[in-house]
Design a protein around this ligand. Sequence first.
Ligand code: HEC
Ligand code: HEC
Length: 215
Amino acid sequence: MRMVAAVALSAGLGLGLIAVSMAYAQVQNTATLDPGSLRPVSSFAGISDQGERSRALFNEIAKVVTNPRCMNCHPAGDSPHQGDDRHVHMPPILRGDAGLGVPGMPCASCHTERNFTLVGTGASYKSIPGHPRWQVAPIEFAWEGRSVGQICEQIKDPNRNGGRSLELLHDHFAKDDLVAWGWAPGEGRVPAPGSQQQLGELVQAWIDTGALCPK
Ligand code: HEC
Ligand code: HEC
């Protein structure tokens, strides 16, 4: 019994590693190697071909989008994920009709209006995330398991991004306060790379260069 569990676990870890290294290979050609930072827009000026510059900019944006702080809430299944290893939420949680959880187990029963720091507990995490609108992203906005190119096509498609124009999409990235949580995720969690302002500048530059998607 234990053997089976161990084999299943290592197969799962192996797949996870492959997924991570694929995502990494896709951004590596243009991104800085420091996973905690974002390249400034000015550093893309050397790419003279505008289309190529646009794709390179999206690869940089993807460093945020594929970060666990964002991905954990944009799952392809019915359950949000947790942690840097993006394991399925413990305890098991279902998205429910509106992404707010199911009756009797709404997100808000544990996730309050702000991050809650735990003091002196034996828990493996140091805080519980919080936000007034804490809920899982609609299934049409699922990013889990998709390539950077696929996420890019989906994000700019009004039929799959909540009816947003590119301008509104920019505003969501640059100003939305739930997106902002990614850089203030609470005690014990590593924030998304760079800052929300830098992300907004990259998204604007990507739009200005034609909003092209990496292949
Ligand atoms: C607590 C869960 C949660 C977290 C964390 C989260 N999102 Fe979302 N996201 C949502 C929900 C819910 C929506 C739908 C709300 C809406 O459309 O206004 C959404 C919608 C979006 C959209 C617009 C729809 C689309 O897919 O184009 C973008 C862009 C987005 N999120 C980016 C991010 C980024 C970037 C991060 C990390 C920095 C992030 N999100 C973290 C829950 C989350
Ligand atoms: C029974 C309590 C409980 C309920 C209900 C609950 N959560 Fe959680 N959730 C937690 C705790 C505790 C953590 C912190 C654990 C950790 O970070 O490892 C957490 C962490 C998370 C994270 C991880 C953030 C990250 O980047 O690591 C996400 C995403 C999340 N919850 C989403 C949701 C959503 C969406 C709902 C409702 C559909 C929900 N949770 C319902 C207790 C709960």
